[in-house]
Write a protein that binds this ligand. Structure first.
Ligand SMILES: NC(=O)c1ccc[n+]([C@@H]2O[C@H](COP(=O)([O-])OP(=O)(O)OC[C@H]3O[C@@H](n4cnc5c(N)ncnc54)[C@H](OP(=O)(O)O)[C@@H]3O)[C@@H](O)[C@H]2O)c1
Length: 330
């Protein structure tokens, strides 16, 4: 891999700090590193490979520096304003927010699924929604062989998906204090509400899962529906995935395909109470799949349970993998 000059926008956030960890763990060859945040955290010192870096306030001049790739993770409004500025300065943006994901000229990439889409970027590449990333990886080999007709997602999403404020609401709730981030207490509760409600009565999170699945798998004919739920779990999203295939399938072939898919760990031994759980995936990059079984209510139906660390594979790790694809392509 060639050396790269990297900027992290939102470096002090939950995803931003994980970028640093993942870049370090994967031995990403960094020539120069620039860290940006809002005015609030400017001046914070963060360590990367034993060297201390000072976080700078993000301004319109930030991208006049010598940067190849900027990893953005500071929310949609920051991406909307600053990604075009970075692009004008010849920097390739990998964006974690949802604002560019469905643009026709912006690739939406999960490296285990559609790495070839890196070839048509024109300065901005979108990192998909966390719950979508973990689902499309197991869907891909199954779609390739059995052709998916319909997907029903039901998600159980950790509070860290709302950043530091989500974690605070859970901890405060457990201690009997008021919620600030969510409309209701999240401690000892489940909220069928992630992101805003839209006119069609779905939440934006549900629409992200529906639309992004089709874009990443490159098939607009797949029917997808979703119900997304916030649960009192710190790290790790879980998704119950119900599939209907066009073709008949053998369960043994499904197990074989999932077992052989890069990035997936099949953890499925119900007789011994072995199945994936969010507490076990914290800090890991793999996507865990279990409870794989036929849906007998359909002709060609399958159920499975998919769990991954939303901050790592759902955000930072996937974005760093995209950066690796880029570096190897440049
Ligand atoms: N958490 C997840 O599971 C997850 C998954 C996928 C994608 N994402 C996306 O990643 C982004 C960040 O999420 P997070 O969980 O890391 O949030 P977070 O912990 O709240 O961190 C937000 C980061 O953005 C910075 N920031 C805020 N306003 C800024 C501004 N005007 N200019 C420059 N920097 C600014 C913050 O800097 P200060 O320290 O100065 O406030 C902080 O570094 C969001 O777009 C989110 O949708 C999150």
């Amino acid at each position: 891999m060639k050396k790269a000059k990297i900027a992290i926008v939102g470096a002090t956030g939950m995803v931003g700090r994980t970028f640093l960890k993942v870049l370090d763990e994967r031995n990403f060859d960094i020539d120069k590193l620039y860290l940006f945040s809002s005015k609030k955290s400017a001046g914070t010192k963060l360590k990367f490979k034993e060297k201390e870096y000072t976080v700078e306030e993000l301004t319109e001049d930030s991208f006049k520096k010598d940067i190849d790739i900027a990893l953005f993770s500071a929310g949609g409004s920051v991406s909307k304003k600053f990604a075009p500025i970075a692009k004008e300065n010849g920097i390739i943006v990998i964006d974690n927010s949802s604002i560019w994901r469905m643009e026709r000229d912006i690739p939406l990439i999960v490296p285990e699924v559609n790495p070839e889409d890196i070839n048509w970027h024109n300065g901005v590449i979108a990192n998909p929604n966390c719950s979508t990333i973990q689902c499309v990886v197991p869907l891909k080999p199954l779609h390739d062989i059995f052709k998916i007709k319909r997907v029903v997602y039901s998600s159980y999403q950790a509070v860290s998906g709302s950043g530091v404020e989500g974690i605070n609401d859970l901890e405060n709730g457990i201690n009997g204090k008021e919620n600030k981030k969510y409309p209701y207490q999240i401690a000892y509760n489940c909220l069928p509400h992630i992101d805003e409600f839209t006119e069609n009565l779905y939440t934006k999170e549900e629409i992200k899962m529906i639309e992004e699945t089709k874009k990443i798998l490159g098939d607009s004919n797949i029917k997808v529906t979703a119900t997304t739920v916030r649960v009192p779990v710190r790290y790790g999203h879980s998704v119950s995935v119900n599939l209907e295939f066009e073709k008949e399938f053998e369960l043994s072939k499904v197990f074989e395909l999932l077992k052989n898919k890069k990035g997936i760990v099949l953890k499925d031994d119900p007789r011994n109470n072995i199945y994936p759980m969010p507490v076990d995936v914290e800090g890991q990059d793999e996507i865990y799949v279990g409870r794989v079984r036929r849906d007998y209510s359909l002709e060609n139906g399958l159920n499975m349970w998919v769990v991954a660390d939303n901050i790592r594979k759902g955000a930072a790790t996937n974005a760093v993998q995209i950066a690796e694809l880029l570096i190897n392509n440049i």
